[in-house]
Design a protein around this ligand. Sequence first.
Ligand code: EPU
Length: 415
Amino acid sequence: MGYFKVKNSILNGNVRISGAKNSALPILAATILSSEKLEIENVPDLLDVQTMIEILRKIGKEVIFENNKVTLNGTVENHVVPYDLVRKMRASFNVAGPLAVILGESKVSLPGGCAIGVRPVDYHIMGLKKLGFEVEIAHGEVYIKKGKKEKEVIINLPFPSVGATEHLMTTAALMEGITVIENAAMEPEIVDLQNFLNSLGAKIQGAGSRKIVIEGVKSLNGRSYKVMPDRIEAGTYAIAIAATGGKGYIEEIIPEHLEILWEILKETGTNVTIEKNRVFVDGKGKKRGININIQPYPGFPTDLQPQILVYLSLADGVSMVVENVFKNRFHHIDELVRMGADIRVVDGTAIVNGVKKLSGTKVEGTDLRATAALIIAGLVAEGTTEVHNDFHVLRGYENIVEKIRHLNGEIEHIV
Ligand code: EPU
């Protein structure tokens, strides 16, 4: 396993943001529904994307991935997705419904636990049952068999789960009658998935609100589609530039997707200038602490919680960050404390007492965003930091070393 060697740096310059991982994954899973030629553009070259492509190949799709474009042909033929692929990435579970729609059945391993806490799939299963599927869980696998769907089905999610909303919306696209998802997640990635499916002939409306209505169609066509920019990658670089006291443009993004981040950065003392599809961040000067509530969209994203904690570690005063999406997503804090941060966790709230400096040491990433946060901590810390478990970051940040170097950051990937 490799690691990143990061030195104290000030990030300056412009960074171009890649296509969104969390859009590309459900869009790729949804390609199961069409047997025509599809071209998906602006797909980031990441480990998670490679895993999804491996799954699609395993179940019978012909897939070519070149220059950020995925070209798909053919129909799915195999209904089994083995554990070694689901184990690598939870989003793999989202092929279960679409696969059973096409083949009448599917067998997908249950995703295991992960470092950001317990992540069950009970809402997915509840929704699939409402859609008429028989669901059996045994030996760590979920077996799904198509049954009879009622003409109008209402699925009310207990929590606006991103994955369950995407999975059920995709599954229902080719099922007769109307499906309504209530208390749906409103993340921009869900709007992107709706736009993709509708571009193939699906009839879905309401994505981006709490209620999504799907009118089943008989089949989907082929065409090409461009994945939206990655708002979490954009937010990560904006926080990194601001935390190091540097300045620069975050380019080729949709600024409205991160309104809450721009507000938090401004309120804490970073200058932010929003333009049409780029944002200028200037982190010169002192920062102030602030309280943040991590919530589903349009709230502050859990996927930027570890990164903003690094930024707040060096801000004046006390900050409180309440995690309401993944209650245990705090493993990065132990490592930040080893670097000199003063953070305590009490009942799902991180209480940060701003310190004057962090100092470099060896640290270990526990998940994708936690590892990205430790790289930011390495950039702001005195001396050199070794961030171990490099593979987490390679799951979700395209060309991270090149992008940070382009911003004048000192980082080396040791493999
Ligand atoms: N939940 C359940 N039961 C379910 C589904 C979810 O209890 O059946 C709970 C989860 O345990 C969690 C909450 O609901 O407490 C929200 O989970 P959600 O389903 O929204 O998360 P997800 O779909 O598994 C996606 C992203 C995550 C991101 C979350 C929240 C993808 C591929 N993953 O996960 O991204 O943190 O939404 O926004 O889209 C990342 O990119 O690093 C990442 C972890």
